[in-house]
Design a protein around this ligand. Structure first.
Ligand SMILES: C[S@@+](CC[C@H](N)C(=O)[O-])C[C@H]1O[C@@H](n2cnc3c(N)ncnc32)[C@H](O)[C@@H]1O
Length: 223
């Protein structure tokens, strides 16, 4: 089960009980994904609840997700976006895997958000450039980055172009199960996560907050 860092099973249960209930499609996506060996890639329900609230707070009509997996976080955010903007909402869901997007689409159909989600299949480095070239610069309200960690600097650069002023980028796994605070861990993923935290914190183009939600969620709002 995917859960927030530092929360034991008892507290995780409590937090889930006092958060809004998942939709049936979210519940099925989470439960079926739990049977996979790589299930821990999925965001936790409490992180999804937080992201739905962020979507509401920025009145998200246009959003981008980088790293879809079986579609849980995209489904959560798209539900809120469609509640706010109906069929005019657009979530560009980027993943390198045809197979995973196929799995995700089944949950998006059940959740009645397939019409507002546009899958973008390929390396997200190129997909984000494609979205910029398609005219999305300065129009994106919210972007969630949850793919290859060494790509985070490039996703940040593209995100700064895509976001409107006041739009937010969320970077997942910035605690990397605690590795980022262990100086003896120097693998490329951990180094990339340290680098993005530092870069965002020193960048006067954004307001930022580093939170311990999930496996660490870094929030950057474009000024
Ligand atoms: C941690 S999972 C995403 C979890 C998802 N946000 C959720 O809550 O279920 C990471 C995903 O990123 C995708 N990915 C990895 N490298 C990528 C890249 N360079 N471009 C696009 N997607 C990539 C993987 O295929 C995988 O589905």
């Amino acid at each position: 089960m995917s859960r927030s860092i530092g929360l034991d099973a008892t507290l995780t249960d409590y937090v889930r009980k006092v958060n809004p209930a998942e939709s049936p499609a979210l519940k099925r996506c989470r439960e079926e994904t739990e049977a996979r060996e790589d299930a821990n890639m999925q965001v936790s329900p409490e992180q999804a609840a937080f992201m739905k609230m962020i979507a509401r707070m920025v009145n998200a009509k246009t959003a981008v997700e980088v790293g879809v997996f079986t579609g849980y976080s995209a489904l959560a955010v798209a539900e809120t976006m469609k509640a706010l903007h109906g069929e005019k909402a657009r979530l560009y869901a980027c993943d390198v895997s045809h197979e995973l997007i196929g799995i995700a689409e089944d949950y998006w159909k059940e959740g009645d958000v397939a019409d507002v989600i546009r899958p973008v299949i390929g390396d997200a480095r190129e997909s984000l450039i494609g979205l910029i070239n398609d005219g999305l610069a300065e129009s994106v309200d919210m972007m969630f980055v949850d793919a290859d960690k060494t790509g985070y600097p490039e996703y940040y650069t593209a995100g700064l172009t895509l976001l409107r002023p006041g739009g937010v980028m969320l970077f997942d796994n910035v605690l990397w199960s605690g590795s980022v605070a262990d100086p003896s861990t120097t693998d490329p993923d951990t180094e990339a996560l340290r680098a993005i935290a530092q870069k965002v914190n020193q960048d006067d183009r954004v307001e930022n907050a580093f939170t311990a939600i999930g496996d660490g969620l870094l929030i950057a709002m474009k000024r």
